[in-house]
Design a protein around this ligand. Structure first.
Ligand SMILES: *Cc1c(COP(=O)(O)O)cnc(C)c1O
Length: 387
């Protein structure tokens, strides 16, 4: 019989829950405080020691489980989790640049990367220079003695051009610069970033890994220990962490990720081929189609395509027509992000962000979700009728 008072027992129960429970699914462990066995153990703590636990911000079994799984599927050393894909993008730059340094970013990069480059990085006196995503080995000409990092996004998230990652990586490495890739397009499933030369692979876990449009999260995976350590140190310094319940949702999404990607791949490819036959469509920008700039690179480096792609309308259909088409769709939602359960459509004005883009027509990007293909095609026919 315990002699402790009820208030105490609510915090320190007298009976232990039996050990030995095993579920097929991962558990969700929550913590601010993590308990230690002794003061001596507490004194030995280290936020960089991934075999131990220190504090809620520094990792729990739930977050480590997700880190390990990402590192496993990417074939990397280890990962660090961030509260959004964009936060992960920022932490792929910040640990590696100092005032006076230079970084290279492709002109087709995800727009918020440019905002970061032109905002915080510029304020840190880091020079950001843009390069043509088709430049390949020619990037050598833009690499300077103070170039610390080359950012790659392939395919580009709206215009879908492929970049020659192995050639860019060879040139960057020859000059001692790191290569970081935004690997969100296929969740790394169809591109082995480290085998193709990347040192750092960034994911918006928001997309295919979570896969249900209900959370935002990001990750950085590195090829080696020393690069991981620099990212982790900066994440610890600035208290970057993610909520265990959100991590659980990503862990829950992962086992079905390959099946979801395969479905999106099949339907997207079929709709892309059909769009090519439509008289209203000038160009279909899908990496698996020969019209896509860098298609040969996709064939060489990727083992598949996914559910996001774009098309350009014939010249007589301008921005208003693209808006009318999208507004008339019933199944395709209008909104940012992609790789979730529902199909989405958006039109982009590239005239300011991409002065080097050679196709001036109205561009529409589709995200193919998990709906039936025939229903999606009928919806798009409705859109074309509205033109
Ligand atoms: C969505 C996305 C991001 C950012 O992810 P968030 O979790 O939305 O911040 C970064 N890169 C690419 C290519 C994306 O599509």
């Amino acid at each position: 019989m315990t002699t402790k008072k009820p208030e105490t027992l609510l915090i320190h129960p007298s009976r232990e829950v039996p050990a030995g429970f095993r579920s097929l699914v991962p558990s969700t462990e929550r913590a601010s405080t993590v308990l230690f066995d002794s003061v001596a153990k507490w004194k030995q703590r280290s936020g960089l020691d991934e075999s131990t636990y220190v504090y809620g911000t520094m990792g729990t079994p739930t977050t480590r489980d997700l880190q390990n799984r990402i590192a496993d599927w990417e074939g990397g050393h280890n990962s660090v989790l961030f509260p959004s894909g964009l936060a992960a993008v920022a932490y792929a730059f910040l640990p590696f640049v100092e005032p006076g340094d230079h970084v290279l970013v492709p002109s087709n990069a995800y727009e918020p990367v440019k905002t970061l480059a032109n905002g915080l990085l510029k304020r840190m006196n880091v020079t950001v220079e843009y390069y043509d995503p088709a430049i390949g080995a020619g990037i050598s000409a833009q690499i300077r003695a103070n170039t610390k990092l080359v950012w790659v996004e392939t395919p580009g998230s709206i215009t879908m051009e492929l970049s020659d990652l192995p050639a860019i990586a060879a040139a960057a490495h020859a000059a001692g610069a790191l290569v970081a890739i935004d690997n969100t397009y296929s969740a790394g499933w169809y591109l082995r970033a480290f085998e193709k030369g990347a040192d750092i692979s960034v994911h918006a876990l928001t997309k295919y890994p979570a896969g249900h449009s209900d959370l935002v999260m990001g990750s950085i995976t590195t090829k080696d220990e020393s690069t991981w350590r620099r990212v982790k140190e900066m994440a610890l310094q600035t208290g970057q962490c993610v909520a265990p319940d959100d991590v659980y949702l990503v862990l829950r999404g992962l086992p079905t990720m390959p099946m979801r990607i395969k479905h999106a791949e099949r339907v997207a490819l079929s709709i892309a081929h059909w769009l090519k036959t439509r008289p209203e469509v000038k160009l279909v920008l899908h990496p698996a189609l020969p019209d896509c700039p860098g298609h040969d690179i996709w064939k060489r480096d990727f083992t598949g395509s996914t559910g996001v792609f774009s098309f350009v309308l014939q010249d007589q259909h301008g921005a208003d027509a693209a808006a009318r088409l999208i507004d008339s769709l019933e199944l395709f939602g209008i909104g940012a992000s992609w790789a979730g359960i529902g199909s989405l459509a958006l039109t982009y004005d590239l005239s300011k962000s991409r002065t080097d883009w050679p196709h001036p027509g109205a561009l529409i990007r589709l995200n193919i979700g998990l709906e039936d293909e025939g229903d999606l095609r009928a919806d798009l026919e409705r859109g074309f009728a509205a033109l």
